[in-house]
Each structure stands twice: as C-alpha cells, then as structure tokens.
Write a protein that binds this ligand. Structure first.
Ligand code: UD1
Ligand code: CA
Length: 465
C-alpha cells in the first residue's frame, strides 16, 4: 500500500501546565507519542513525518532512536490545518493515502487504523474521518451530518468553541484521526480560513470544503470510544494510563495470572508473565520484564527490565532492576538486585541484601544484611549476615571470587580483588585481604583479651571526679 503517515505534535499543550512537551508525558510507562508511533508502524508506511514546534528540540532528541522518522518544524503554530501544510514539501510528489494522527491520541488500535485505510481506499474517498459516539462529547469537534439520498452523510465538523447550543448536543465526535487522498490535498488545505473562535486554521474544515467541491468524504466510527481519547490535561493523562493498564491486566488474567488487586497493579505493556503466577497488591513490573510461571510477587515489589524464572518468590518491598533470577529462587523481603545481578537456581537472597553485578551460584544463600558487588559466587556458598565485598578502592572496581561450597562467616569483609577457594571457611569478623586456598580456614584480628573487673574500675574512676 502506498501510505504515508503524518503525526501532529507541535501544539503547546497549555492545559498540561508543564515544562515538558505534552507528547513526551508517559502513558503507562511510555511516552504518549511512542504509543502512536508503534500503532502507525503497523501500517508499514512509506514515510512517517512528525510535525514539531513547541519544545521541538527535546522532542526530536527523545525520538532520535526511532527509525524512519522525519521531522518538520511548524513555527508559529497556527492550527491543525497549518500544521499539515508544513509537511507539503516533505511529501512533494507522493501519491496514495496520507494517514493523519495526533500525538496526543495514544490508544487508537492497529485494527481501527487498518479499517480506516481499508474503508478510505475501498470507498475511493477524498477524506475519511474516524469518529466515535460518546456520552461526554465536551471539548471535541462534533460531526454534523445531513440527509442525502444515500443516507446521513457527514456535512462538516464544528469545534466546541464555535458550536451552537444545538450542535453541542451532538454526541458523535471527531477523533482528529483521518485518511486523505494526497491528490489535491494541500491545495484544498490552503483554502481553509481562520475565521473562528480561536483564529486558528482548523483541519476539520476540510470536510465542508470537500463536500462543497463534491469530493466524497467518509467516516469510520469506532465501537470503543476509549480508543480515541485525547490527552489535554493531567487528569486525562491518568485516565488514559488507567485504560492501558486495565487492558494489560485483563490480558494477563485471561492468560492465567492472578492479580489480587488490579487497581494497584502497574504492569507495562511489554511485560510478560507465566500462568499461575500471583501478584499481590501494589506491584510495579516495568520495561522489558519477564516473569515465569508459578511465581508469587508480594506487595510493594518493583521489578524493572529483569528476567525472573519459574516458581520464584519475591517477598515484600524488594527492588530488582536489570537482573536475572533463575527458577525456584527466593528474594527478599527488602532485597535489592541491580546492574546485572545474576541469581542462579534455588539460591536465596534475604532481608536487606544488595547485589550488584554479581553472580550468586545455584543453591547459594545470602540471607541477611550483605553487600555483594562485582562478585562471582559459586554454588552452595553460604554468605553470613553483614558480609561486605569491598569492591571499590576509590578509583577502580575489583572482583571477588568465592568458589563452590565456601562459607563466609558473618561480618566479614572481602577486600577485592580476592579469591576464596572451594570449600574454604572464613571465620566470623575476618578481613580477607589475600586469597584463601581451597579447604583453608581464614581468620584475622588478634587474639581476644578479657580485662577482668574493668566495669567496676571504670565506675570508681568516675565517682572520684
Ligand atoms: C482537535 C480537533 C477536534 C478533535 C480533537 C480530537 C482541530 C481544530 N480540532 O481538537 O475536532 O475532536 O482534536 O482530539 O483540529 N497541533 C499542531 N499544531 C498546531 C495545533 C495543534 O501540531 O498548530 C497538534 C497538537 O500538538 C495535537 C494535535 O495537533 O497533537 C491536536 O491539537 P489540539 O490543540 O490538541 O486540538 P484539540 O483542541 O484537541
Ligand atoms: Ca487534543
């Protein structure tokens, strides 16, 4: 198909009251415009042009990683028709269909977009408008229809601010999403005037212009009006995010995931979760996180860009970012895994344990109050309470290796780079400064001295003062 996409994103977004470009505000963990771009990409368009204006530089920078986009700058912003005109030179010589999307309408489904293009092409229309029938049409442009021989046809679109009281009663609204035949489009858009309440060039005026020229205008009405909700304020931002999250939760529950309290589950779009996993209230699962089957994720847990295996228990208030957790591991409560922590099968990570860029081998345990950074820890190792890998010398980070079956007593410090050999024992409170051979016992610090009667003597000294 010969399809081109234009996305309007130059407007100020006054009602957001924000220093940030409106379309970069996040909807369910992703900038609003990314949702629009993802849907647009399903059409496999020949080109995608984004019209930027307000905060153009930050918007271009934020989208620099998206392939196949080009930008045009609309300055000043004189309305949606004026915005479309700025793309004329970018689209010069192109034919076929132009699909126009709004950067602030992120929920449109790929299915609806495809049906827009299908209807538009099969009807041979000059313009096709996506509409919806809603209970609360306030703020939207209304679709004014007139009777013709072939039924009720769209005659024009009137903006809220220009509508008569009668027109305001109309519940069919303009989504701001259209398909246009490129043939003759820009000449017609140029003929739009700014004679209205806002003194702006309104793209919806094209409908009436085409009807007067006798060019066919079609509509496609979405069955679920949620799809075309526009975001103009923070309240609408929250409402649209809620819709996205509800959809995601419904999808997961249908696939066999228990979500105890969907209202407090924050699960990003790209997260996948296996069947029979249970999510307790107040869980955040973000980015490209995957969670296996039969897991239990307790309240207050946040997991970001991490892979969790099957039958894993993550207890309350643990935070896991950019990490791997294998099958049958227990994490937390209050554990922190970050920067490529790699927890192998059946390992245990307990209260107030932090792991950074550390492998914890299969069946190993670190149950209480430890910091393990830049470590390579083998299988069936026991890490006592309060163990610290001193991985940073103020300039560089160094590695601590603890081989299979080693036992590191509580409150020991391992000054990296250092290796503890297979099955070695580190006595409680040892400062390990040099490698420990396999099978050895390492102890440091002097012999304990007991000073008899010290407490009594101290009391005497004090009473004489
Ligand atoms: C627009 C439509 C309205 C429709 C509604 C659907 C017009 C005149 N009205 O109203 O019929 O019901 O969308 O959500 O088109 N933009 C630019 N340059 C500009 C002005 C706007 O790029 O000069 C962009 C905005 O950034 C936004 C989009 O166009 O992404 C729509 O503009 P907005 O001001 O939000 O229009 P609405 O009042 O919502
Ligand atoms: Ca809008």
């Amino acid at each position: 198909m010969n399809t081109h996409v234009v996305i309007l994103a130059a407007g100020k977004g006054t009602r957001m009251k924000s220093a940030r470009a409106k379309v970069l505000h996040q909807v369910a963990g992703q900038p609003m415009i990314e949702h629009v771009l993802a849907t647009a990409a399903t059409l496999e368009p020949r080109s995608t042009v984004v019209v930027v204006g307000h905060q153009a530089d930050s918007l271009k920078a934020a989208l620099a990683g998206s392939p196949g986009l080009s930008f045009v700058v609309q300055e000043p912003q004189l309305g949606t028709a004026h915005a479309l005109l700025t793309t004329e030179s970018a689209l010069r010589g192109q034919t076929g269909t132009l699909v126009l999307l709004s950067g602030d309408v992120p929920l449109l489904s790929a299915k609806t977009l495809q049906s827009l293009v299908d209807r538009h092409t099969s009807a041979g229309a000059a313009a096709t408008v996506v509409t919806a029938v809603v209970d609360a049409p306030f703020g939207y442009g209304r679709i004014v229809r007139s009777s013709t021989e072939s039924g009720e046809q769209i005659a024009r679109i009137v903006e809220e601010k220009d509508a008569t009281p009668d027109e305001r009663q109309i519940c069919e609204i303009n989504s701001g999403i259209y398909a246009f035949a490129l043939d003759g489009l820009f000449d017609a858009v140029r003929s739009i005037a700014a004679e209205n309440a806002q003194n702006e060039y309104y793209l919806p005026d094209l409908v009436q212009i085409y009807r007067q020229l006798g060019r066919p205008v079609e509509t496609v009405t979405v069955s679920n009006p949620d799809e075309i909700k526009g975001i103009n304020s923070r309240i609408e931002l929250a409402a649209v995010s809620r819709i996205v999250r509800d959809r995601k939760n419904a999808e997961l529950m249908a696939a066999g995931v228990t979500i105890e309290d969907p209202a407090t589950a924050y699960i990003d779009r790209d997260v996948s979760i296996g069947a029979d996993t249970i999510l307790h209230p107040g869980v955040s699962l973000e980015g490209r996180t995957t969670i296996g089957a039969g897991c239990e994720i307790h309240s207050g847990v946040r997991i970001v860009n991490s892979q969790i295996g099957d039958r894993v228990q993550v207890f309350n208030h643990s935070v896991i970012t950019d990490s791997l957790v294998a099958d049958e591991v227990n994490i937390g409560p209050f554990a922190h895994l970050r920067s490529h922590a790699d927890i192998r099968a059946r390992a245990r990570v307990g209260n107030f344990v932090e792991l950074k860029k550390t492998v914890l081998g299969a069946g190993s345990k670190s149950m209480h109050l430890a910091y393990l950074g830049d470590g390579i820890i083998g299988e069936k190792v026991n890490i006592g309470a309060g163990v610290i890998t001193c991985n940073y010398d103020g300039v560089n980070k160094h590695t601590t290796v603890i081989e299979d079956g080693a036992f590191v007593g509580s409150d020991s410090q391992l000054i990296a780079p250092v290796t503890v050999g297979k099955g070695a024992y580190i006595g409680t409170g040892t400062t390990v400064r040099a490698d420990v051979p396999a099978g050895a016992l390492a102890v440091s610090g002097g012999k304990q001295r007991n000073i008899e009667g010290w407490v009594e003597k101290k009391a005497e000294v004090r009473s004489k003062k």
